[in-house]
Design a protein around this ligand. Structure first.
Ligand SMILES: N[C@@H](CCC(=O)N[C@@H](CS)C(=O)NCC(=O)O)C(=O)O
Length: 208
């Protein structure tokens, strides 16, 4: 059975949400981040960077939340969570999946790291919150949120007219934005995220 290494509610929820949407049987293994379990030799053998999520399958051990979601969806092609390979919609699917992790997450993390992240844990010694970097993260996020809002204008989902893996990936970025107080100024994104939260699989993954 698949084993998900997670610590809720973090980016491991992306993987869990995909598992729940796809109806895949898996077991959950909580990695206790506050107690530093991610730095143990045993966990570093699973994920060399010591972060969550990771997924252990019979044939592979995989890390990176986006890679896990994409692989799980590809392994279950009949579920309709990704457009046909080579189609124009697949192009948009790739775009938004990568946009979530390459553009949206880093902007949010810049704000989180410089306002909310506890200084005593999970940071190199001597690191301080930097208000200028927090402002830069807010500006970066606002630009990216405008792009997503434009793409979502008048539609329920990012790709075509059905829910896809792109909504899982960007949806989790919305969760992170809500957690850091960034989503309030973006009514289209806020409404999109509210719709995603109504999905039973989202509720099972995020415990809400
Ligand atoms: N790019 C990675 C980021 C993973 C990541 O940074 N996970 C955080 C939680 S969201 C973590 O495990 N942090 C533990 C630590 O920094 O010690 C992914 O998307 O999987």
């Amino acid at each position: 059975m698949l084993e998900l290494y997670e610590f809720p509610p973090t980016r491991s929820q992306r993987a869990k949400w995909a598992l729940e949407e796809l109806g895949i049987e898996y077991s959950s293994r909580v990695v206790n981040l506050p107690e530093g379990e991610q730095n143990s030799d045993a966990y570093r053998a699973i994920h060399p960077l010591g972060v969550v999520p990771a997924l252990k399958a019979d044939a592979y051990t995989l890390f990176e939340s986006v890679a896990i979601v994409l692989q799980l969806i590809d392994e279950h092609p009949g579920t309709g969570l990704a457009p046909k390979v080579g189609s124009p919609q697949r192009a948009m699917y790739y775009q938004w999946c990568v946009f979530a992790c390459a553009e949206v997450d880093p902007a949010i993390m810049m704000v989180f790291d410089n306002t909310m992240r506890p200084l005593a844990s999970m940071r190199p010694p001597g690191t301080q919150h930097d208000p200028k970097l927090a402002d830069r993260g807010r500006a970066d996020f606002a630009l990216r949120a405008d792009i997503l809002s434009e793409a979502l204008s008048g539609r329920d989902h990012l790709v075509g007219d059905t829910f896809s893996g792109a909504d899982i990936l960007v949806g989790h970025s919305c969760f992170m934005a809500a957690h850091t107080g960034l989503i309030g100024g973006c009514p289209v994104l806020e409404a999109y995220y509210a719709r995603l939260q109504e999905r039973p699989a989202h509720q099972r993954a995020y415990g809400g």
